[in-house]
Write a protein that binds this ligand. Structure first.
Ligand SMILES: [Zn+2]
Ligand SMILES: [Zn+2]
Length: 408
């Protein structure tokens, strides 16, 4: 099976010859070559090794106790779903809650939610579903209409952090387990390192204790699991997961580093573990002795006057609330219905029809729209999801594009 998450993230589960025996049990047929072990294994032995590694991590860092209420926020992607399955298998008596936040990304979030429901049904999880648009009257897409149009992923991160905390309180979760894995953590560490943001590196530890009483502790049980093996685990155990990337996600510097690390790994298969170890054992303890770090952790914290979450802002309005406030009274829209479109006065309507079979190049499209930054441009296509994705792109280029939701 081939899984192409993005240009730089390609995973493949190659088929092994049929007569190959597992190196460990020497009985079953080998189906996989585990990169971190350098051995060809059967499904059962691979599962056992993968699960035991998670168990060792949980125990080494004392991530939770058997009586704790633990939450896993599943995104629909492979990492968080694999985490939920493994935790349930390892700790069948643990009070485990699976949560999904529908972020209201048009077209995309609905498909993700469907996949999440399919997953929960298959693995018998009782799902807690939180629909952002229904509960809070805005969606992540709306930030395209604000000054944050180039930073939608960062805003989404802030909104999600707030929701994790809010939902944890609602459900009485003491621990939140996240799907961050070896590749995520090492690439983020290096990215922060190159940016010189050393204080933020200290937050990448396997356990983040609550900043204040009543908050949930955050843990990363997959910290020593390579992303490739998470993918193998998902495929071998038939865990349904979303194979497409979020429409707002692009190639980030951290993703480039992840790719670069995978290249290095071909020459040294321990490289990621070596970096992780030197950061955890040497660099983070050193950063924690710095005056910069001490200043940061001793900053006064306040309660946001709007939502009650803690903030370091002296105005007592948290970064989530400051961003959400921009969406209030917003008249601009990203999509209208076909009926609304038909009712518009013909003379001031600039329309671009998109032929699904012959999608215009981005450069050609921009050329066509040159000098029209003040005009509203309506996009029409028999596949409204396709034109919607072009609308998002045009908005980032400063064009007031609006999708017309045709029904097909
Ligand atoms: Zn075996
Ligand atoms: Zn707030």
């Amino acid at each position: 099976m081939l899984y192409k998450k993005s240009e730089l993230e390609v995973f493949e589960l190659p088929e092994l010859p049929k007569n190959l025996k597992c190196k460990l049990c020497r009985t079953n047929q080998a189906v996989i070559e585990a990169p971190s072990l350098g051995a060809k294994l059967c499904k059962e032995c691979f599962n056992k090794i993968f699960e035991n590694r998670v168990k060792k991590t949980v125990e080494k860092y004392k991530m939770f106790k058997s009586e704790n209420k633990v939450g896993v926020f599943i995104s629909g992607g492979k990492d968080s779903s694999v985490l939920a399955v493994v935790l349930k298998k390892l700790y069948p008596d643990l009070s485990l809650k699976v949560v999904h936040i529908n972020l209201g990304l048009r077209y995309y979030s609905e498909r993700v939610e469907k996949k999440v429901k399919e997953f929960c049904e298959k693995f018998e999880f009782d799902l807690y579903l939180y629909k952002l648009e229904e509960k809070e009257n805005f969606s992540i897409d709306d930030f395209i209409l604000t000054k944050f149009k180039h930073k939608v992923c960062a805003v989404c991160g802030i909104i999600k952090r707030y929701l994790f905390s809010k939902i944890a309180k609602e459900l009485g979760l003491e621990v939140i387990a996240t799907g961050h894995h070896l590749d995520d953590i090492v690439s983020t560490m290096l990215n922060l390192f190159f940016q010189g943001d050393f204080v933020s590196i200290t937050r990448l530890t396997p356990v983040n204790p609550p900043i204040r009483k009543g908050q949930a502790k955050k843990v990363k049980p997959l910290v020593s699991a390579p992303e490739k093996e998470i993918f193998y685990y998902a495929v071998l155990n038939e865990i349904p997961f979303v194979e497409e990337n979020c429409p707002h996600g692009g190639i980030t510097p951290a993703k480039r580093l992840k790719h670069w690390l995978s290249q290095l790994e071909k020459e040294n298969r321990h490289i990621k573990y070596q970096i992780l170890s030197v950061f955890y054992k040497k660099l983070i303890p050193l950063i924690k002795t710095s005056s910069e770090y001490k200043k940061e952790i001793n900053l006064p914290v306040y309660e946001c006057i709007n939502c009650g979450e803690i903030t370091s802002s002296e105005e007592k309005i948290c970064s989530r609330c400051r961003r959400v406030a921009l969406l209030k009274d917003l008249e601009d829209r990203l999509e209208i219905s076909f009926e609304e479109f038909k009712a518009l006065p013909k003379e001031d309507v600039e329309v671009i029809e998109i032929d699904e079979e012959n999608i215009p190049g981005k450069r050609a499209l921009l050329k066509k729209l040159r000098g029209k930054k003040d005009k509203k441009v309506y996009l029409l296509c028999s596949n409204p999801e396709l034109s919607y994705s072009i609308v998002l792109w045009l908005r980032k280029k400063g064009i007031k594009a609006i999708n017309v939701k045709t029904t097909n």
